[in-house]
Design a protein around this ligand. Sequence first.
Ligand code: NAD
Ligand code: UGA
Length: 467
Amino acid sequence: MPRVNKICCIGAGYVGGPTCAVIALKCPHIRVTIVDLNQARIDAWNSPDFHLPIYEPGLEDVVRKARGRNLFFSSDVDKGIQEADLIFVSVNTPTKKSGVGAGSAADLNYVELATRRIAAIATSSKIVVEKSTVPCRTAESMRIILEANSKPNTRFDILSNPEFLAEGTAIKDLFAPDRVLIGSLQTSEGKEACQALCEVYRNWVPNDKILTVGLWSSELSKLAANAMLAQRISSINALSAICEATGANIDEVAHSIGQDSRIGSKFLRASVGFGGSCFQKDILNLVYLSESLNLKEVAEYWKQVVTMNEYQKRRFSKRVVDTLFNTITGKRIAVLGFAFKADTGDTRESAAITLIRDFQEERALVNIYDPQVEHSQIWSDLSEASPSMPLETIQRQVSICSSALEACRNAEAVVIATEWAEFKTIDWQSVYAGMNKPAFVFDGRLLVNAEELRAIGFKVAVIGRGE
Ligand code: NAD
Ligand code: UGA
C-alpha cells in the first residue's frame, strides 16, 4: 500500500483551507502544502497576525499550531504538485453561467484545469482526490485526462472524498465528522489507494466512521446529502407558510414532528430561506444530471426544493411591504445580518441579498449591520444583485452600520436575516426608543421573544407564526 508522506491541496478556500489545516494538525508526520492561484488569499493564510481569509471559529488556533511546522500555504502550484504523493483537488465548482447547461450544470473548468496541471507537472505516481463537489462520473473524466497526458512510469489513482463540513462549524465537523466518505474504483490498485487515504484519516477519525464505497456512489452521495438537507428546509418553510395562514406555530410543529425518531429534530428550523454556496448549486446540478439521463420527473422533483426557497424569500419581503401599509418607499429598514448563516463571513447566496434587493426596488432606505462580513463584500454583492444600478445609486439608498443599535436608529422596521447570537441580547428598549413609530420587527430566523418585544411596544411578525 502506498504511504502518504506529502499532501498537496489545490484550492485554499472554505474547504481546502480548513480541511487540510486539520489534516496537518492531526498528522504531524505528513507535510501538507495548500496551494492556490489567488496570491492575495495565500498571503492572507500566511499573514503574520493570522488575519486569515475566512472567518471560522477555531480555525486560527489550528493554523497557529501547524503553520510553519508541517502546514504551508503557497502560490507555487507546480511545486506543490511535484512534491506530493497525494493531491486533493478542492477548487470551486460553481453553476455554469453560459453555454450548455447554463444555470444548472456545474462549471467543471476549474477542476479540469487543475487536473491538466497535475498531468503536465507530475513525474511520479500520485493519488488524486476529488474533494470538490462534482457531478457523478467526473472522476472518469479526470482519469482520462490524467492518463492521456501522463509521463512514463507515472500512474494516477483517482479517489472521491467529498467534504461534508458546514461553514461556521467547520473545525468541529472536521475534528469529529459524522462520517468520512471515500470512493474508489473496485480494482486492487483503487482499493490500495483508498486504504492509503483511510490511513491519513485514521490518525483521528474512528475506523467505523470511515466509509469506503465505489467512486460513483461517493460522488452521488455528496449531491444527495445536500439535496436531502435542503429539502428538509424547503419542507419546513412550506409548512411555515401554512402556519402563517392558519395560526399554527412552526416551532411547535417542528418540535412535534422532530420527536419522531424516524424524522429527527435537526435541520427543521424555518427561516427566510437557505443560502450558502452549495445547496442551490448542488440541487441544480442534480436536476441537470437527472435531465441529462432523461429522468424528467426526478428533475422536476428536486427543482421544486429551489423553487420553494425562492418563494420563501419573496414571501418574506412581501410580508414586510404588506405589513408596512403596502409601501416602504422612503422608509428606513434595518437589516440585521448579511452572512448566509451565523458564525461565518460568507455571503454567497445569502437570503439577505435578495431581501435587500427587493427593498431597494421598493425604493426603501436600508441600513445593514453584520458582525463579520467585510463592507467591500456587501457592496460587491449588492452591485451584482442589481447590475443595472450604479454603485453610487445603491450607496444613496443603503448604509452599512457598525452596530445593531446604529442600524435601527430612525428605522420603521427591523428585519432579522441572520441568526447571529448577539442579536439575541440586543437592548430592545433602546432600539425601540430610537425608532420611528409604529416600530416593527420582522424575525426571519425565529430568534426573538415576540411577547417581550410586544410588551415594549413593537409590532412583531415572525416567520411561521400568524399572529
Ligand atoms: P472557494 O471558492 O472558497 O475556494 C476554491 C479555491 O480554488 C479558490 O481560492 C480558487 O482561487 C482556487 N482555484 C481554482 N482553480 C484553481 C487552480 N487551477 N489552481 C489553484 N487554485 C485554484 O470554494 P470552496 O467553498 O472551498 O468550495 C470548494 C469545493 O468544495 C466546491 O466544489 C464546493 O461545492 C465544495 N464544498 C464546499 C463547502 C463549503 O462549505 N463551502 C462544503 C463542502 C463542499
Ligand atoms: C451545507 C451542509 O450542511 C454541509 O454538510 C455541506 O458540506 C455544505 O453545505 C456544502 O456542501 O457546502 P453550509 O451551507 O455551510 O453546509 O451550512 P448549513 O448549516 O447547511 O446551512 C445552509 C443554509 O440553510 C443556511 O442559510 C442556514 O441558515 C439554512 N438553514 C439551515 C435553515 O434555514 N434551517 C435549518 O434548519 C438549517
